[in-house]
Design a protein around this ligand. Structure first.
Ligand code: SF4
Length: 756
């Protein structure tokens, strides 16, 4: 073993529950590591009606919040933002960009909060201080110099507030482009495409209250214990009242097995954990669609004998396409279902019987589904399953794609999309006297290819870590360096800031937990959670530096420099975010009527969701059964199906720590979780150093080395490893049908002993 990897130290199997004392000590550890003392009082305001929204995931707040309405990973997200560590001009003076390239994502993150605007100086290969006005002037000039507005790209990460996102799209559309790639392209785009076609809206249909009524909750391709931890307390409540919780996940995730609620004294004192999943199945990676075909086949068969399972009145009055779909399922053979799902007919029929005896069913999913080649078909098959018994648009039932980033759904709602609707653009043009472009813009994959071909000159990012979150990371980073100008609006340093254009700016913004004061006083922003509820977020902490500006003020600054004639309008929007919300209301009246009044109500309001009201804005005017032939996914011998995962000390590309406690991985991220039989057949010892090579259609050699093989509960022929490190193995061109979402679940790889 070349590096200091030690099996007993770096791998220590963990069979305990999620949550519990481990969550408490990890939270305290993070606060210490970040020296984030001021985060503690702020925690009492996080996710509270008069407080700020957690900068972590998009799990909703309950109507009645507890005094500590946060989880371990919420503490990590806040501590990372409230750290007392600072990246000052001295730091940049002591480090060339070239030298920083060898730093890990974690080491860059650990440097702390940025404190002032920086501009890249090619002469000395360093970032140096620049004034805000000079930075805005540079951007204004560069944008005005463009021969074609489509030479500019406006990327958005899901942490951006509704107000900043609305101004961001207004800036781009005033310039004349629809190039709005966003992090949703890489996460739930497949859900949006699938649901819009099937039920007429690209969002989930359930609310938090529905989890209190469901008698069956199906969780597919999701790991809430790490990525949406407060969901575990909701599942715990459901399990306690006898709700069946059926999980499908290739990996055995602790959070979906056992959980101790850190805020339940009795559980903490006695160590008595709650079981979460009543049934846990591990299909092969990519086997979900076959499993769903089998489930539906078994239910249709059961209905033939028992005659009262399907909701025939609902199918008759609310759906279209049932008979073609039923015939397609009828044609799928059980042997194919078993081999393509990796599950036995008996296992699938067991779940079918639970479904048949349930009245209210919720289906939840996340990246484990959306980042597959057939993600859109798989998600439409989930809809098919629920439509069989009218499980959409009634209390206790519905679809629940669980979003990652805290406002990724909100950004899309207020116009961050490369495919805007005509009604949105018409209202926008009327409101602002502009003529927005009508052609579709670039999504994430298209943006990378456009930068590679040098047809994009200006890349501007509102947050995020584009070069690490995307596939073919080194290739993406190189494409970024082709730009004339790159602009990164951010709170902390990351690798993408090192992949700079000929000119480059780093513009430090306020964090979600920080006070935002503009000319009209303290400002609140709004976010939309995973279930379509919009609420206010008001920062409390003093900003990390006096030189920081809010996302809104930064966009307004850019716009005033780019469009001097509209200075007054942009200044007014910057001074009072209530005016921005008035504009959003004018452009999206059906969704945001009385916007400013409604967000004053504790908890805010829920956006109208047509499908949950059984109003189907689809091609047929009904909820659609959409039948798809079951694809056969065979890999050549010796190749494994690799999926990317996140560790428990990570949030998207942000690495808070080097441990993954629930999986028994400590102090390292360069591991590949493998099935024991596969390791034996490759003659690999526990912790053996390996090289992982992917097999993409473009034939390019993509290899990563210095990884260690770890025996883990995962089906034979399957493996898992952390993103973003593994993104190097995935080709930009390797994306899901119809949604362009990079396929990070089922990357064909071979694993071999390292010879170094
Ligand atoms: S569940 Fe998500 S939103 Fe809630 S506190 Fe945890 S990380 Fe934050």
């Amino acid at each position: 073993m070349s590096d200091d990897f030690v099996v007993g130290k770096n791998i220590n199997s963990y069979v305990g529950p999620a949550g519990g004392w481990g969550a408490l000590s990890a939270s305290v550890q993070t606060l210490k590591q970040e020296r984030a003392i001021n985060a503690i009082p702020a925690l009492m305001k996080m996710n509270q009606p008069d407080g700020f929204d957690c900068p972590g995931c998009a799990w909703p707040e309950p109507g009645k919040t507890t005094i500590t309405e946060f989880c371990e990973n919420g503490v990590k997200a806040l501590a990372a933002e409230s750290t007392s560590k600072r990246v000052t001009r001295e730091f940049f003076k002591n480090h060339t960009v070239k030298s920083l390239w060898s730093w890990s994502d974690y080491d860059l993150e650990q440097q702390g909060r940025l404190t002032e605007p920086m501009v890249y100086d090619q002469e000395i290969d360093q970032y140096t201080p620049i004034s805000w006005d000079a930075a805005f002037q540079l951007i204004g000039e560069q944008l005005r110099m463009l021969a074609d507005p489509n030479q500019a790209v406006f990327y958005t990460s899901g942490r951006t507030s509704n107000e900043a996102a609305f101004l961001w799209q207004l800036l781009g559309r005033t310039l004349g482009t629809n190039n709005f790639p966003d992090c949703s392209n890489m996460c739930h785009e497949s859900s949006g495409v699938a649901l819009t076609e099937s039920v007429g809206i690209g969002k989930g249909t359930v609310q938090l209250e529905d989890f209190e009524e469901a008698d069956l909750i199906i969780v597919i391709g999701q790991n809430p214990g790490t990525n949406h931890p407060r969901m575990l307390s909701v599942l715990q409540q459901a399990a306690r009242r006898g709700c069946q919780i059926v999980t499908f996940n290739p990996i055995l995730e602790r959070g979906l097995k056992k959980f101790i609620h850190p805020q339940e004294t009795l559980q903490m004192l006695t160590g008595t954990s709650s079981s979460i999943s009543t049934h846990y199945f591990q299909p092969i990676i990519g086997g979900d669609l076959a499993m769903l075909h089998g489930l539906i086949k078994a239910i249709l068969t059961a209905d033939k004998t028992q005659k009262n399972i399907l909701d025939k009145e609902f199918i008759e009055n609310h759906t279209s396409g049932f008979s073609e779909f039923r015939d397609e399922i009828g044609r799928t053979d059980w042997s194919v279902i078993e081999s393509e799902s990796g599950l036995s007919r008996a296992q699938i029929e067991e779940v079918a019987s639970i479904y048949c005896n349930s009245k209210k069913v919720i289906a939840c999913w996340a990246m484990g589904l959306t980042q597959q080649k057939h993600a859109v078909s798989t998600i439409q098959c989930i809809v098919n399953l629920l439509l069989l018994c009218g499980n959409i648009g009634k209390p206790g039932a519905g679809v629940c794609p669980v979003r990652g980033h805290s406002n990724v759904q909100g950004d899309r709602t207020v116009g961050i999309t490369e495919h805007p609707s005509e009604s949105f653009l018409k209202n926008l043009d009327q409101q602002f006297g502009i003529s927005s472009p009508r052609n579709s813009g670039f999504n994430t994959v298209q943006t990378i290819k456009a930068m590679e071909s040098k047809s994009v000159k200006v890349f501007m990012a509102m947050g995020g870590n584009f070069a690490r979150a995307t596939p073919d990371s080194s290739r993406t980073a190189e494409a970024l360096t082709n730009c004339e100008l790159t602009v990164q609006v951010t709170t902390k340093l990351n690798k993408t800031h090192l992949a700079h254009g000929k000119k480059a700016l780093i513009l430090p913004c306020l964090g979600r937990s920080e006070l935002d004061v503009q000319a009209s006083g303290k400002q609140s922003v709004t976010v939309e959670d995973s279930m379509g509820a919009v609420h206010a977020s008001i920062g409390k902490n003093q900003p990390a530096s006096a030189h920081l500006r809010s996302e809104v003020a930064i966009v307004a600054g850019m716009a005033k420099a780019a469009f001097p004639k509209n200075q007054k309008m942009w200044k007014a929007l910057e001074d009072d975010y209530g005016l921005i919300r008035d504009k959003i209301e004018s452009v999206l009246p059906k969704l945001f009527a009385n916007y400013n009044r409604k967000i004053k109500k504790p908890g805010g309001f829920r956006l109208y969701n047509s499908a949950s009201e059984r109003e189907w804005n689809t091609k047929t005017g009904k909820a659609r059964f959409i039948a798809k032939l079951l694809p056969i996914l065979k890999l050549p011998n010796g190749q494994l199906r690799l999926m990317t995962i996140r560790s428990h000390d990570q949030y998207n590309t942000t690495v808070y720590g080097m441990n993954d406690r629930y999986r028994g991985i400590f102090g390292t991220r360069r591991v590949i979780l493998m099935n024991s039989k596969d390791m034996d057949s490759l003659d690999l010892d526990q912790g053996q150093e390996v090289v992982i090579q992917s097999h993409m259609e473009d034939g390019r050699k993509r290899k990563v080395s210095g990884f260690h093989a770890v025996r883990y509960s995962i089906p034979q022929g399957c493996a898992a490893s952390y993103f973003p490190e593994i993104n190097e193995l995935i080709a930009v061109e390797y994306f899901a049908d119809r949604s362009f979402t990079p396929i990070s679940k089922l990357v064909p790889v071979t694993v071999s002993k390292s010879t170094e």
